[in-house]
Design a protein around this ligand. Structure first.
Ligand code: ADE
Ligand code: ZN
Length: 324
């Protein structure tokens, strides 16, 4: 463990709470809730984490989330992630959750958000970690289902700072969610969207121009479009990049091919994030370490990446000033 990278104060802006469900906790929750898993052991489950693409991963990720049943389960899931943050000096977090993964199984929206929110509140009071929760819509589902989810969130708008868009990017372009994003903005919510992960650079353009997002999740394929790269740099549009995710989902064959440092040097406001750390082999420090090992990231570059994570966070101005 590199002491410098672990001790460096960091923010995480792209983390799916369901993707922080470690196999050990998955087995413990399965037992607590009397649920049978398709795998006999933690080791067997980990061995299944060999993905050819995003969809391979999503199939296992949605299956794994089925062990989450009670408010306490959502608390325990979130708290386990908070403890990782505490150990890695991650002092501001903006985690995602996917309510539709749970409501589709008959779990009440309030069960999910109350468990998560209680843990985030404890993170602030017990560890001084500032937080902002982002609710994602699953883009493989319909616009009507996204609207229904936004409706369910209405009594809990104080618990969330924004909305996002995740799941299968292929065949589910940003334009499918134009109206629900407009409605969320009217409600005063910030907006982000996964774009340019597996999908084309055009999805990044459409997320900006059609969904009018405040930040792009992934966005690595923006590098295919020189004009877009210049726009991202000039308009200070941040990308929440996830290096280990990108290699594990074969967006890049090897870390040595990852474009994050090239984008950083071109003035694009990139940040480092872990996406689904229980599935991709590491939390935030491990992602920074992978960049050092695979790309020769310097300490100066690491400091700039961490600084970007504070600068382009949705933290309140006074908190942002303290972070920077
Ligand atoms: N949901 C969880 N992780 C995701 C990713 N990397 N891309 C799209 N949807 C996701
Ligand atoms: Zn993601």
């Amino acid at each position: 463990m590199d002491q410098f990278l672990n001790a460096l104060p960091k923010a995480e802006l792209h983390l799916h709470l369901e993707g922080s469900l470690e196999p050990e906790l998955m087995f413990a929750l399965a037992e607590r809730n009397g649920i049978a898993l398709a795998y006999d052991s933690v080791d067997e489950l980990r061995q299944a984490y060999d993905f050819g693409n995003l969809q391979d991963f999503l199939d296992l990720y949605y299956q794994g989330a089925a062990v989450l049943q009670t408010e306490q389960d959502f608390y325990d899931l979130t708290w386990a992630y908070i403890e990782r943050c505490q150990a890695q000096n991650v002092i501001h977090i903006e985690p995602f959750f996917d309510p539709q993964t749970h409501t589709a199984r008959g779990i009440a929206f309030e069960t999910v958000i109350n468990g998560i929110s209680r843990a985030l509140k404890d993170a602030e009071s017990q560890h001084g970690i500032s937080t902002g929760l982002i609710m994602c819509f699953l883009r493989h589902l319909s616009e009507a289902e996204a609207f229904e989810t936004l409706q369910q969130a209405t009594p809990f708008l104080d618990n969330i700072i924004g909305i996002g868009l995740d799941s299968s990017e292929q065949d589910n372009p940003p334009a499918k969610f134009t109206r629900v994003f407009a409605k969320a903005r009217e409600l005063g919510l910030l907006t982000v969207a996964h774009a340019g992960e597996e999908g084309p650079a055009q999805n990044v353009i459409d997320a900006l121009d059609i969904l009018k997002v405040d930040r792009i999740d992934h966005g690595v394929r923006a590098a295919d479009d020189t004009a877009l790269m210049e726009r991202l740099a000039h308009e200070n549009i941040a990308l929440t990049v996830c290096p280990l995710s990108n290699t594990r989902l074969r967006v890049f064959d090897d870390m040595s091919q990852h474009n994050i440092l090239q984008m950083l040097e071109q003035g694009v406001k990139v940040t480092v994030n872990s996406d689904d750390p229980a599935y991709f082999g590491g939390y935030l420090t491990e992602n920074f370490l992978a960049l050092e090992k695979g790309l020769g990231m310097t300490h100066e570059q690491a400091i700039q990446l961490a600084r970007n994570s504070f600068q382009y966070s949705f933290a309140k101005p006074e908190r942002k000033a303290a972070l920077l």
